[in-house]
Design a protein around this ligand. Structure first.
Ligand code: FES
Length: 261
């Protein structure tokens, strides 16, 4: 999202950091929530969490509570996790079930989001149960990961990925399984963290171990329409004292060692 009222000079030598208010103004953050995170494909979990019929997990996308569930029909769905009665949570955490029961007044929903029961609601006029299923959002899977997009008219998942599937086709990433999870809460605007990720300038100082493994002089950042890629060849000779664990780069990843930090 281009900051409003801010010109962007495409010449690299004239590059400048966007104004500080873009990082600190709550109004910007709210607009980003709606226009960036609310309209793009967001990673919400892993396919192995919803491999079996009835398995589910909950997530949050741009402030919207989401319930990702594999139906008895085998279809993966991303449903609103907001009860149609008085907005109670339909599910919490993750697990396996045959139906969901809201924790507030007990309305129950099928795995496809349709209402199954509304206790003590008989006789309520103008209420048609079939009109109150949990809203469904777009959901896609790729490389064992689950993505959700709240915006019906947003670019398709395939358009968003551009040429990534071809670039990663033989990397066998789909066979990876979760072995360990670490989570940090970073006390900054999200762009501060992303800014760091988008450059390798800090690698010599912050990541000396990585620095000695890379041919830093050949570190390249490639900017695509919807994503960017940073890569550098790995040094052929193992530096003295190196605890290198990366093997020879896979051919499909253009002979590069991709970094994340
Ligand atoms: S809020 Fe869910 S049953 Fe009332």
């Amino acid at each position: 999202m281009k900051p409003e009222g801010i010109g962007v000079d495409p010449r690299l030598e004239f590059a400048a950091t966007i104004p500080s208010r873009c990082y600190s103004d709550a109004g910007y953050l709210e607009r980003e929530r709606l226009r960036v995170f609310g309209r793009t494909w967001q990673l919400v979990g892993r396919c192995e969490q919803v491999a079996q019929p009835g398995s589910y997990f909950t997530a949050d996308v741009a402030g919207e509570p989401i319930l990702v569930v594999r139906g008895q029909d085998g279809v993966l769905r991303a449903l609103s996790n907001v009860c149609r009665h008085r907005a109670g949570p339909v599910a919490t955490g993750e697990g396996t079930c045959r139906a969901f029961r809201c924790g507030y007044h007990g309305w129950s929903y099928g795995l496809d989001g349709r209402i199954l029961a509304t206790p003590e609601f008989a006789g309520v006029q103008d209420f048609r149960i079939e009109e109150h299923a949990l809203p469904a959002f777009r959901v896609e899977t790729w490389l064992g990961l689950v993505f959700v997009n709240l915006e019906p008219g947003a670019a398709s998942f395939a358009e968003t990925l551009e040429d990534l599937p071809a670039a990663l086709a033989s990397a066998d990433l789909e066979s990876l399984r979760l072995a360990h999870r670490k989570a940090w809460t970073v006390g900054c605007n999200w762009k501060v963290y992303v800014d760091n990720y988008l450059e390798g300038y800090h690698i010599p100082i912050v990541h000396p171990g990585l620095f000695q493994e890379l041919d830093y002089a050949r570190y390249v950042t490639e900017t695509k329409a919807l994503y960017s890629e940073q890569h550098a060849p790995i040094r052929k000779t193992r530096p003295a004292g190196s605890d290198r664990v990366a093997m020879a780069p896979r051919p499909a990843i253009t002979g590069s060692f991709r970094t994340s930090c």
